[in-house]
Design a protein around this ligand. Structure first.
Ligand SMILES: CCCCNC(=S)N1C[C@H](O)[C@@H](O)[C@@H](O)[C@H]1CO
Length: 608
């Protein structure tokens, strides 16, 4: 392609910058029975932490432990009575600073599932309803009783304006909001009450936020607890049959994501009764069964904490049963915040389902840029490294179709995945076509690598990225999400070591991060690292970017590692971004000599 055409193409690409709008969406895909976050399939693995049961100085510790266990969201109740001790008197300070708790979760990269009630149950005093409601002795709680609704609306008009700017669609981290709580278990069964709440939540939160209900996984409980316009979810513990329980949800929601909003990791204690104890193995197995189904799960409780002061509630089953001060719940994180055997069992399960590409929230914290056609690095002000281009197949492609790029428009290498399965590599001066097949809506990703801008010999600017439009059987692919990747920043901040649970990993085809640690033998000398059987990628040790490796291409087979970046007497963190395919049992070798030339003597170290 001559320069003018390339120039024109470039101009066209540049002209399209106005189309670049930030995409922040969290919706239900009723076709593919999943959530979509920014247009991409998304599944949450969440845990309940109640800020009202944890002193504020410990919030960061508890949320970080939840994050490091591999969860990507935290479910949060808002107890009305904790914030409105007297009618019209509000307290959001100190341990009651719910905004600070939500913002801390956001800072730690956690999404939030918010449950503002107004009734929350939770073994909390009066289920979160303020005791002063009972000054009107004949009030009918959780109904369309005008006195009750007046107090509810006044409270929601104070609380929900604090929530709205933190909604995911507004740049925050709250992905969904629950209306009421297990209303199907309440005798009143007043659908006008739920309808009123729906109206108030929509008026104060806007049309985009995902609103849902939660009820026990029994059809009779779902009958009164659900409402058109509120996505119905269920709750059940490890002693339930997963298929039957989600079958109850499907009775109300035949399509949409499976959601267990309260997967009981333990249970509450009553005065006079035994401390609850639920087997870690049973809890982990139930979690694995649900994740295998692709379900979204919130573990109730991940961390229970304590019913300080007079905040413990009570159950009534023909007999008054007050709940204890400890809300340990036999949860994965103990009342005092200590990890338990159950936490490690859960972390192991999650690590088997952790999806590295879900870490786009970390690697691309500003979120994707939405554009009709691909944008180049320079348009989005990305200098070096990698960008991820994502779109969906526009139609079923049941027979292999040709995915193609204009010649020389791949600057410089594009690693193609369909539904996260590696399809092959598009190259600047090489292969520009691949054969793919899939279903409408399948996610097509192109991880685009900048291999370095021309330093001599060209009379044009060496722009980077997808400089042209990809097509499928000659029909242009549109509606792209573009993620500039800040990999170095994430690694320097401790990702993925702090985030991804350690698990024995087997090599896979296509782009993937591999992490590990190693000890030096008491010295920190210069060394050379070799990649037996690896293909091409990038290497970091202790946050230092050592550069590109490409033993598949050669000639060099090792990377130089300066001794100055190594640590003695403590683990060294190593992160590998392999782009085309790691060996089945990935390992690295440290040598005291460089290998500058690709050898073909098939020595054991060269074994693929
Ligand atoms: C014996 C408790 C019966 C009601 N509560 C139930 S089932 N639960 C569901 C309820 O939504 C939650 O807030 C918690 O109260 C949980 C028990 O920890």
């Amino acid at each position: 392609m001559g320069l003018p055409a390339l120039g024109l193409l470039l101009a066209a690409a540049l002209l399209r910058t106005e189309a670049a709008l930030p995409a922040r969406s969290f919706q239900i895909d009723f076709e593919r029975d999943c959530f979509r976050k920014d247009g991409a399939p998304f599944r949450y693995v969440s845990g309940s932490v109640h800020y009202a049961r944890v002193p504020r100085p410990a919030w960061r510790d508890r949320l970080l432990r939840l994050y490091m266990a591999g969860l990507n969201a935290v479910q949060v109740y808002v107890p009305w009575n904790y914030h409105e001790p007297q009618p019209g008197v509000y307290d959001f300070t100190g341990d009651r600073d719910v905004e600070a708790f939500l913002d801390l979760a956001a800072e730690l990269g956690l999404l939030v599932i918010l449950r503002p009630g107004p009734y929350i149950c939770a073994e909390w005093e009066m289920g979160g309803l303020p005791a002063w409601l009972l000054w009107k002795a004949d009030i009918i709680l959780r109904s369309t009783d005008p006195a009750y609704l007046a107090a509810v609306d006044a409270w929601l008009h104070v609380l929900l304006p604090k929530v709205k700017p933190r909604l995911y669609q507004h740049g925050g981290n709250i992905i969904s909001v629950q209306v009421e709580n297990e209303y199907g278990s309440y005798y009143a069964c007043d659908p006008s009450y739920l309808q009123h709440l729906l109206g108030t939540f929509r008026a104060l939160l806007g049309p985009e936020v995902l609103l849902f209900t939660t009820d026990g996984a029994q059809v009779e409980e779902l009958r009164c607890g659900t409402l058109q316009g509120l996505y119905a979810t269920v709750d059940f513990g490890p002693d339930s049959n997963v298929t039957e329980a989600f079958g109850a949800q499907r009775h109300i929601e035949p399509r949409g994501p499976l959601v267990n909003s309260e997967y009981y990791t333990g249970w509450l204690d009553y005065w006079g009764g035994p401390h609850a104890s639920t087997s870690a193995t049973l809890v982990a197995q139930g979690l694995a069964d649900m994740l295998q189904l692709g379900a979204n799960v919130n573990m109730y409780m991940f961390h229970g904490g304590t019913n300080f002061a007079y905040w413990s509630g009570a159950d009534f089953k023909g007999q008054y049963k007050p709940v204890t001060t400890s809300y340990d719940y036999d949860a994965p994180l103990s009342e005092a915040g200590d990890p338990t055997e159950k936490l490690f069992a859960i972390r192991t399960v999650i690590s088997k389902y952790a999806d590295l590409l879900d870490v786009l929230d970390v690697l691309s914290p500003s979120g994707p840029i939405q554009s009709q056609f691909p944008l180049i690095f320079e348009t989005v002000k990305q200098a070096h490294g990698f960008m991820l281009y994502r779109t969906q197949l526009p139609r079923d492609i049941l027979a292999p179709a040709t995915l193609s790029a204009p010649p020389h428009s791949i600057c410089d290498r594009g690693y193609v995945m369909l539904q996260k399965e590696y399809q092959g590599t598009l190259e600047r001066d090489g292969q520009t076509e691949l054969r793919v097949k899939g279903k409408a809506g399948d996610t097509l990703d192109v991880l685009l690598e900048n291999m370095g801008r021309i330093s001599f010999g060209a009379n044009f600017s060496d722009f980077k990225g997808l400089l042209g439009n990809l097509s499928l059987d000659s029909r242009l692919l549109r509606k792209w999400l573009i993620y500039p990747l800040a990999i170095d920043a994430a690694i320097q901040q401790g990702w993925p070591h702090a985030a991804l649970p350690k698990s024995s990993c087997r090599g896979r085809a296509g782009p993937a991060f591999y992490t590990g640690t190693f000890e030096t033998p008491g010295i920190a000398w210069d060394t050379f690292v070799k990649f037996p059987g690896w293909s091409k990628g990038q290497l970091w040790i202790n946050g230092f970017n050592l550069g590109r490796y490409w033993p598949h291409q050669g000639p060099q087979q090792t990377l130089f590692v300066p001794g100055s970046i190594l640590r003695v007497g403590c683990p060294n963190n190593i992160t590998v971004l392999e782009l085309e395919g790691a060996p089945p049992n990935p390992f690295l070798l440290f040598l005291d000599q460089p290998l500058f030339n690709r050898t073909f003597n098939h020595s054991p170290m060269d074994k693929e």
